[in-house]
Ligand binder design. Structure first.
Ligand SMILES: [Zn+2]
Length: 123
């Protein structure tokens, strides 16, 4: 838990996490139980045994007590939210939601820019 970080995320607008120090694979996610505090999530940690899927890592107690032991049993990502099966805590799921949002917006902007350039080149 990073208590020094001042969390600025606006959940009203549907933004659930904030990129940590410019690393687009690391996010601060607000704690539900401790106002103003945030958990650090690193999406590219804990790769599965096949090397094709990432689970992510969080510094919250749920991740270290339940999710990581579940992941280490099978070395596979579980999408279950049941405590006996889940390998991702709610903070990792929120960070993934924010990562997806940023990716879609980024790809959309790139596509718009490319379309504009192609139209201009065709003139
Ligand atoms: Zn967590």
């Amino acid at each position: 838990m990073d208590s020094l970080h001042i969390f600025r995320v606006n959940q009203v607008k549907g933004i659930y996490a904030e990129i940590h120090e410019g690393d687009p694979l690391s996010f601060y996610v607000p704690s539900d139980s401790k106002a103003g505090e945030a958990h650090l999530v690193r999406l590219n940690h804990n790769i599965d045994s096949g090397g094709v899927e990432f689970n992510g890592e969080c510094d919250c107690p749920d991740f270290s007590c339940r999710c990581l032991p579940n992941f280490n049993k099978t070395k596979a990502v579980s999408l279950s939210t049941h405590k006996d099966h889940r390998t991702r805590c709610k903070h990792i799921r929120r960070a993934l939601r924010e990562f997806n949002r940023l990716m879609v917006l980024g790809v959309s902007r790139d596509r718009v820019r490319r379309n504009v350039k192609q139209r201009e080149a065709a003139k």
